[in-house]
Design a protein around this ligand. Structure first.
Ligand SMILES: [Zn+2]
Length: 426
């Protein structure tokens, strides 16, 4: 297939080239060639009014929390968590399956081609993700108190079994997860660390979210949260640290030295009133990999990473009292290539380059909010400050259009929405 005469291609290749009026040839699941006027020997699709970019990579999300959208607004993290966990404890496998289906539907609609999901009922989520066609990283999240399992050991065993069983699913990569240091004790943290090392899979944790967590860790562990993880040998290049708003300079040096990755969830952080923007500028200056994420749709409340790009750009200009803030290119990188780096899949996806999976999205630029488009502005500025996920007209994962001209190609959205409405409607 050839995507013909793309108005712009934001390649995100190492030179961050933006190409104009070029074609993209796709062979099976991969990008085969990018050049002007590729000889038309395949099916062709007119992209002359479209901007093409890599699919968005959402490195931290709780897909089934679509079920609780709008249920728990206007609370700080710890009250929010208490309210949510009381409801989540009652969830059935069927609800989680359909909540994941809805989360995938929304992700694809908004141009996300890879999602790292963090939740419970992993087999139901795997079935949903496989059916919907996204690339996914999935886990069975572990915490100490009885929560779907009689104790932490049973939850850990389930997490390990899921990691072993995931070989049969083509688009799924398993992950080892502890919920947080406030819900997992030292023993659980060490066991999940060992499982991650044994199977060589990513391990991750919510950490350094609030001042309350920081103070509790100083009191209970005699160390700041990331310092405590470091003492437990939790930090290495397989580690994804979610949030890190309250990370100290000493902790940032540990993160840099150990090669850990950080997931930035700006909309959720502001909505849950974390009290402090993560020190993103410092992190980037230190060469730490930071990727973008929505967090769950109960604290965002959607799965639109374009919102998170814009909010992140604005948050850090405001916080730094500097209109330069974070360069636009760095903001855009966090939504795709840095996500691939965090998930260790830069050889497969995250940019539009020959040999990589054809994971790409398109937007129609023939719209009022993209006009004018000329030499005095840039398409990148329009994408960050003017666009939203609603503008995505095509979502392609591994060479297959899952959204084409705004319509889903491989599922019935009405069925998914009405099923969730039926399960959660009263
Ligand atoms: Zn989260």
């Amino acid at each position: 297939m050839i995507l013909k005469n793309c108005r712009f291609i934001l390649t995100q290749d190492p030179k961050r080239r933006v190409l104009e009026n070029c074609d993209i040839r796709i062979e099976d699941d991969k990008i085969a060639e990018i050049a002007p006027n590729i000889k038309e020997r395949d099916d062709k699709v007119d992209f002359s009014k479209k901007v093409v970019m890599p699919g968005m990579i959402n490195t931290h999300v709780h897909l089934p929390m679509t079920l609780f959208r709008g249920y728990s607004d206007n609370l700080g993290l710890h009250d929010w968590l208490k309210k949510m966990m009381a409801e989540e404890a009652k969830l059935t496998a069927e609800q989680v399956y359909w909540g994941t289906m809805l989360g995938c539907l929304e992700s694809l609609q908004f141009g996300t081609t890879t999602a790292a999901d963090f939740y419970y009922y992993p087999y139901e989520r795997a079935k949903a993700v496989e059916k919907m066609g996204l690339n996914a990283f999935l886990d069975s999240t572990v915490l100490d108190k009885p929560f779907f399992f009689k104790d932490a050991q049973e939850a850990i065993n389930h997490s390990e079994k899921f990691i072993k069983d995931m070989q049969e699913y083509k688009k799924i990569t398993p992950v080892a997860t502890c919920h947080s240091i406030y819900l997992c004790g030292t023993d659980t943290l060490e066991k999940i660390r060992d499982i991650s090392n044994k199977y060589n899979v990513i391990r991750r944790i919510h950490v350094s979210e609030t001042e309350r967590e920081l103070k509790a860790s100083l009191k209970n562990n005699k160390a700041t949260p990331i310092e405590y993880l470091n003492k437990l040998d939790w930090l290495d290049d397989k580690t994804m640290l979610v949030h890190c708003n309250w990370a100290t300079n000493m902790e940032l040096r540990m993160i840099r030295d150990k090669g850990c990755k950080i997931n930035h969830n700006p909309v959720s952080n502001m909505k849950l009133a974390y009290g402090k923007a993560m020190p993103l500028k410092k992190m980037l200056e230190m060469g730490i990999t930071v990727s973008l994420a929505t967090d769950g749709p109960t604290s965002n409340n959607n799965l639109d990473l374009f919102d998170d790009m814009k909010v992140s750009a604005l948050m850090h200009k405001f916080e730094l009292n500097d209109p330069m803030g974070i360069p636009d290119q760095d903001i855009f990188d966090m939504g795709n290539i840095q996500g691939a780096k965090a998930l260790k899949i830069t050889d497969k996806t995250g940019s539009i380059e020959p040999g990589k999976w054809a994971d790409l999205i398109a937007m129609d630029v023939n719209k009022p909010h993209f006009t004018p488009l000329n030499k005095n502005n840039s398409i990148l500025s329009h994408i960050i400050y003017c666009s939203s996920g609603q503008d995505v007209s095509e979502t392609m994962v591994r060479g297959k259009f899952l959204v084409r001209e705004g319509k889903f190609t491989n599922c019935n959205p009405e069925e998914i929405m009405s099923k969730v409405q039926e399960l959660m409607g009263d």
